[in-house]
Ligand binder design. Structure first.
Ligand code: NAD
Ligand code: UGA
Length: 469
């Protein structure tokens, strides 16, 4: 760790010191990027979780993200530090990013919909308690609109007499492409108070990003617009996926091909081609939770029609996952009991080891309920994460779930393959060879439309893709 002397020199030279609370999927990569692009700033990432911090201080990082290790290795120990010493780093900081989790509340009022803000609140309380000087507090976590009000209230009651400014700076990175997104974002959004002090705080945060982001990509708004824009962006993205997935069901019923439809509508410049890939359903820690949160907010503000409009996006997603399982059952003589099914991919998308809300969880849970035995392979997800996500112990899994070292091994001897994550390596599987080692008839259910169904049929499979007959 850095010496007290260098901390002192930083202060004397007026160099900005950043502390980020939360060393997760957002805090880690975001701060690593800031530290790499701004070698004159000192960035400390703090977390309660010792194991996570130890991993950040090793070369076996706690999250898998292409390009992340190189950036961390370049800045770590120079101006990027990971620590569990929260108070000391908070005291020293001029700017504090709150980057903690904001999951869906699973207790009490608003359970199953509202965001659980207890981690954000405890950060605000900690900042208020430790003192150490005036600070800008930046909401990086995704929060309900008007959360900054709560943070401000806590800070303004702080007995230490320091001045605090609260700024909203939501993160738009996607997992798997986080480093690219951070290096070259479509925009950086900064919301703040509209008085002079508020504008100064926004300017200071913008100054960090100006080290590598062009001026025209930095958007400033008031606090509430910034908070709401984050929820709205995720709701719109998820809505596109649910819309194309809704159409996929109609394609299967009519003989249209959802990929052809997506291409045809995506060339309309008003619609655009992105986020029109039909799939087994969207996953990830945020889309569902943020839409539930938006729905809750609409209800809270007396807008039940708006709430029910957005809740359809999540309902359609649940329907898509169940429809995928239904198609497996329908085509395998209405039972998978005692049959063995290979699961290719478990992460919620390729290039990440994150399984939070992965559609694979719902699909595997349903297949296990139907008494299928599963042989699972994912290139980056550990067996322990899979068992945890399913709520199964190792003993319960014994004889029912087998974890395999590669795709070919997973498929061996199975009755069917369900491809649930679009990992590139699955495109290189020798499907002729795989088919030979399976029980016949051999089925292939492609939840990502990754493999050409004609190629699979040529190999001998009964192949089914999303939104195709
Ligand atoms: P995460 O669960 O990976 O990380 C959060 C970290 O905060 C954990 O390591 C936890 O130990 C730590 N923490 C919680 N309370 C703490 C406290 N009081 N003091 C110190 N550490 C504490 O979560 P994440 O995926 O990084 O998401 C963080 C926020 O960013 C969420 O609001 C999420 O909605 C938002 N977001 C996430 C993504 C993404 O791709 N994951 C993208 C954009 C925005
Ligand atoms: C998403 C947003 O894209 C980010 O901008 C946002 O910052 C982030 O949520 C967040 O707030 O957490 P992420 O969930 O990491 O990022 O990944 P996406 O690429 O958006 O994919 C989400 C899910 O939708 C995945 O399961 C993916 O497979 C699925 N998807 C995506 C589709 O099924 N079809 C598509 O066309 C695109």
């Amino acid at each position: 760790m850095e010496s007290q002397d260098s901390k002192y020199i930083g202060r004397v030279l007026g160099l900005m010191r950043i502390c980020c609370i939360g060393a997760g999927y957002v805090g880690g990569p975001t701060m690593a990027m800031i530290a790499q692009k701004c070698p004159n700033l000192t960035v400390a990432v703090v977390d309660l979780n010792q194991e996570r911090i130890d991993a950040w201080n090793s070369d076996d990082l706690p999250i898998y993200e292409p390009g992340l290790l190189g950036v961390v290795q370049e800045a770590r120990g120079r101006n990027l530090f990971f620590s569990t010493d929260i108070d000391e780093n908070l005291k020293e900081a001029d700017v504090v990013f709150i980057s903690v989790n904001t999951p869906t509340k699973d207790y009490g009022s608003g359970a199953g919909q509202a965001a659980d803000l207890r981690y954000v609140e405890s950060c605000a309380r900690r900042i208020a308690e430790v003192g150490g000087g005036d600070k800008i507090v930046v909401e990086k976590s995704t929060v309900p609109v008007r959360t900054a009000h709560m943070v401000k209230e806590i800070l303004s009651e702080s007995p230490n007499g320091h001045a605090y400014q609260v700024v909203s700076n939501p993160e738009f990175l996607a997992e798997g492409t986080a480093m690219r997104d951070l290096a070259n974002p479509d925009r950086v959004l900064i919301g703040g108070g509209t008085d002079e002090e508020g504008r100064k705080a926004v300017e200071q945060v913008a100054g960090i990003y100006r080290n590598w982001i062009p001026e025209e990509s930095i958007i400033t708004t008031n606090l509430w617009s910034s908070e709401l824009s984050k929820l709205t962006a995720n709701a719109f993205l998820a809505q596109r996926i649910s819309s194309i997935n809704a159409i996929s069901a109609l394609c299967e019923a009519t003989g249209a091909d959802v990929d052809e439809v997506a291409r045809a509508i995506g060339t309309d410049s008003r619609i655009g081609p992105k986020f029109l890939k039909s799939s087994v359903g969207f996953g990830g820690s945020c889309f569902q939770k943020d839409i539930l949160n938006l729905t809750y907010l609409c209800g809270h503000f007396g807008l039940p029609e708006v709430a029910s409009y957005w809740s359809q996006v999540v309902e359609m997603n649940d329907y898509q996952k169940e429809r995928f399982v239904g198609r497996i059952l329908d085509n395998m003589f209405n039972t998978v009991s005692g049959k063995s099914i290979a699961i290719l991919g478990y992460a919620f998308k390729k290039d990440t080891n994150d399984v939070r809300e992965s559609p694979a969880i719902a699909v595997c849970q349903r297949l296990l309920e139907e008494k299928a035995d599963l042989r699972i392979y994912d290139p980056k997800v550990k067996a322990t994460s899979i068992l945890y996500s399913l709520g199964w112990t190792e003993e319960e899994a014994s004889g029912r779930i087998t974890f395999c070292g590669d795709a070919e091994e997973a498929c061996q001897g199975t009755h069917a393959i369900a491809l649930l994550t679009e990992w590139d390596e699955f495109k290189d599987i020798d499907f002729d060879g795989v088919f030979d080692k399976m029980s016949k008839p051999a089925y292939f259910f492609d939840g990502r439309n990754l493999i050409d169904p004609e190629l699979l049929r040529k190999a001998g499979f009964r192949a089914f893709a999303i939104g195709k007959e």
